[in-house]
Design a protein around this ligand. Structure first.
Ligand code: ASP
Ligand code: MG
Length: 467
């Protein structure tokens, strides 16, 4: 098979882990054609983003110190992840070149005291630029020919929307298939840096957080891979959070749409657009653990087998949210009220997570992240109170509970089962929303009731016996 494997940052967080991953790839490459995509080492992208903030605050020393920490960490790992002295020396040389470019860039940005979307992308792309050198060298050390390629080297061409770039798929497909197939023919294993590509002018762009998943699926679609494996530190998508429910299970098979919903609800974060390139070509995806290779993980396909089409597959909880109730008699029958409310929130930079409106139209309930609550309430009160709205009520510490499963569609009685199970535990439901796709049913409870409700639903739908 032709496989694209993507490894997350925790898989390469130490020299030992890098060698482990290199061994895994090495043995897999005996049976399959392999292309790998790597994230930055855990925490490195966060540190690079922190540096951009420090530059903006003109905090030169702190920015330099953080850069020094990144450099030290990579140099230490470089010296420890390769045994052969020639390969190690080449690696250290390559790292020195890349790291001095990083320092020069930082120097320039500090002089200007300015961070543009373009310079920010250039800077934060360094995490992956560095990590691929380590992995390629570790593979060479095992006697497997490997080459480190950035997204740009591999041929990923994007628009110029820095920070949230989208690939120009036709051009990308042409370039990537050309580059990668040539390496595969030479029996050289491509080790590609995730998260970044370059626009048509050659400027480095990034896909947004978690973007290495997206890189992997873009590459897979370009080279017509048979499967993509997302390798991380979890065993797969789960029926619920194992921290809440002890007998939570790894799901064997889910559909693309279900995986998308589950990813959005934070079970295992997947880049929101990562599945797009796979859907058209029906390339299946596996979500597996680097540290537990025996477990085959979760298989994500267009059409899961019939026995995997259970009504409800997953109960997710999103904590740290708050509820805002907006009321007012003049909201009734007034077109544009909702639009005004939501554009006010959007202008304040508040992301709305869930909405419901009563048919009487006299109130709208909105769920936002707790961090956004003050911003949201301020914006609503300053702009709209006394005009279209009369009252803004707030409830802090609520949790969204979402049930996900495409088998809910068109099945009578799911909602009654859900609310009866929750009522039996004397948990009060504050708000309910279901999209018309019927793929997910979400409701809100007090945060203190969250664990009880999740456990009750996991039991009610017998999710511990799902596979
Ligand atoms: N390193 C990037 C991030 O942390 C991309 C990724 O890990 O997928 O967001
Ligand atoms: Mg990451």
């Amino acid at each position: 098979m032709k496989l694209v494997l993507k490894f997350g940052g925790t898989s390469i967080s130490s020299a030992g882990n890098i060698r482990h991953v290199a061994n895994f790839i090495n043995s897999l490459s005996k049976q399959h054609k392999i292309v790998c995509v790597f994230s930055a080492i855990t925490g490195v992208t966060d540190d690079l983003i922190r540096i951009t903030t420090l530059i903006q605050n003109r905090n030169k020393d702190a920015a330099n110190n953080l850069a020094k920490k990144i450099i030290k960490n990579h140099m230490q790992i470089s010296n420890a992840c390769v045994k052969n002295s020639k390969i190690r020396k080449d690696l250290v040389n390559k790292m020195t070149v890349d790291l001095s470019e990083l320092q020069e860039l930082l120097h320039g940005m500090l002089l200007l005291g300015e961070v543009t979307p373009r310079s920010s992308d250039y800077l934060i792309s360094f995490g992956e630029r560095l990590s691929i050198n380590l992995v390629a060298a570790a593979l060479n050390d095992l006697g497997t020919k490997a080459v480190a390629l950035t997204g740009k080297d591999a041929g990923i061409v994007t628009d110029s929307n820095f920070g949230e770039a989208k690939p120009l798929m036709d051009t990308t497909r042409l370039h990537v298939s050309h580059t990668i197939d040539a390496f595969l023919e030479k029996r050289t294993l491509p080790i590609i840096g995730g998260f970044a590509g370059a626009d048509q002018h050659g400027n480095i762009t990034t896909f947004g957080r978690g973007g290495s998943d997206y890189t992997a699926t873009i590459i897979a679609s370009s080279i017509k891979a048979d499967e993509v494996w997302l390798m991380s530190d979890v065993d797969g998508l789960m029926t619920t959070d194992p921290k809440i429910v002890k007998n939570a299970k790894v799901l064997k098979e889910v559909s693309y749409i279900e995986a998308m919903e589950m990813a959005l609800f934070g079970a295992k974060y997947i880049h929101p657009r990562a599945l797009e390139p796979l859907v058209a070509k029906k390339i299946p995806l596996r979500i597996r653990s680097t540290f537990n290779a025996k477990n085959s993980g979760t298989f994500v396909t267009a059409t899961p087998q019939a026995d995997a089409q259970k009504t409800v597959k997953c109960v997710s909880a999103i904590r740290h949210t708050a509820l805002i109730d907006v009321r007012g008699g003049s909201m009734v029958g007034a077109p544009g009220t909702a639009a005004t409310i939501f554009s006010t929130l959007a202008k304040a930079g508040v992301n709305v997570m869930m909405i419901s409106q009563s048919p009487s139209e006299s109130s709208i309930s909105i769920i936002v992240k707790k961090n956004d609550l003050d911003k949201a309430v301020n914006a609503l009160e300053m702009n709209l109170l006394g005009k279209i709205i009369k009252k803004v009520d707030v409830t802090v510490d609520v949790a969204i509970i979402a049930l996900i499963g495409s088998g809910m569609r068109g099945i009578v009685g799911v909602a009654s089962k859900v609310f009866a199970a929750v009522a039996k535990k004397r948990v009060n439901v504050v708000m309910i929303a279901q999209g018309s796709s019927e793929l997910n049913l979400a409701f809100v409870v007090k945060d203190a009731d969250c664990n009880v409700a999740v456990q009750a639903l996991h039991d009610e739908f017998e999710l511990a016996k799902i596979n």
